[in-house]
Write a protein that binds this ligand. Sequence first.
Ligand code: SF4
Length: 473
Amino acid sequence: MSAVFEKKIHKTLADANLQLAIYKATGRLIEHRKHAVEGDMLPEYQAMRTHAHAVKRHTIENLAYYLEQFESNVIAHGGKVIWCRDAREVADFVLTLASERKSKVIVKSKSMTTEEIDFNERLEHYEMKPVETDLGEYIVQLNHERPYHIVAPALHLTRHDVADIFTRELGIERETVIEKQTMIARALLREKFLAADIGVSGGNFLVADSGAVVLVENEGNARLTTSAPKIHIAVAGIEKLIPRARDLGVFLKLLGRSATGQPLTAYTSFLSGPRRAGEIDGPEEFYVVLLDNGRTKLLSDPGKRQSLYCIRCGACLNICPVYRRIGGHSFPWVYSGPIGAIITPQFKGIEHEPELPFASSLCGACAEVCPVKIDIPKVLLELRAEVKQEQASQGAAVIERLVFGVFGWLVTHPVAYRAALKLSGMLGSRVDLSRLGRWIPALQGWLSQRKLPVVPRLGFRALWSDRERRVRR
Ligand code: SF4
């Protein structure tokens, strides 16, 4: 385990208040979900999960087709699709557009995809400061940190923490009543909405047969973000597609229930292009940024590409005994918990995050609650096998380099070479080389399949000289 990962874990475990905050918040979410899906609440729940899994599987297996269909429908509604390979391309597009339109203020609604690409930090580097408008995101932005949880970004903060953050960052009197804190944020954010030239959102679902971007939320800030500014940009991963609008019903029911236990979230918005003639609100320009950022790498892997079915409900985080102890900020990237443990190494490259697939007890609770039936434990095991294979090959490569380095030096230094031969002849008959595996663990696997020959006491040179001597005599 990396020292940084270990340090963060110990820090979280040692903080009793934080432990209580995580435990209580995730416990509440577990109860809400349970109440919304178990018993008589939703008898068709398991059938819906099976259906959602099948739809996602079909979409991911035919992704190119649905992406093209989605693009042509967005264009038909007057919008534009921007294809981006990575974070830099997204930032370049937004910065160029902002500079061409002389835009100064950007408001944002909650989006894990923009977190994934450090969207705010990249724009701040060029002196544009996107303002988060989801209350939890606004608080963590003021506190200069990342979201703690996919669905509840400020899950780790108490109202007293929020009071301190507001006083420190906004210069206002300390306020600990949650409703009053909300009103403070609301008043400040209204000004930003009115001043904003660009609104940026994510996309919970992209509907191929209509070209719609679907957003779910509870605060109404996403609706303002997408309708008040003149320009709207939705940034979404390519895996967010679903083929037909009529599949949405199942996904919306599953997402609300799995995330917060709600039958549906308070607002569901369908964005279909810019404002049309006669409409009273909506943006004049509408863009959908489709992001790869490592996703296409997964498509060729039939076992692990199910990781792309995720609808970011956060249920696997809440139920996970590891997440409930080590929290969201112990994880190295924006995605935490079981889903973070499988997508982070796959998006970023397993060599960068080899410890993550092991950050799990493999209890299987995550797979039981996943609304799209991702077999997270199976993917974790496959990733673990990859890490072990990689480590074994690296260990073998080091030994191989060492052995051939020594051999190369010996064969170019005749005196040393002859001495080494003599020594190995003397030792060879006394030392059992098959025991090498006990001393060098990296060789154990290799030696388990091979029997090493015994080094003869006399080598070819010694035998030849001996023969020559005898012939001369
Ligand atoms: S892996 Fe499943 S449970 Fe976890 S966030 Fe994604 S959809 Fe939700």
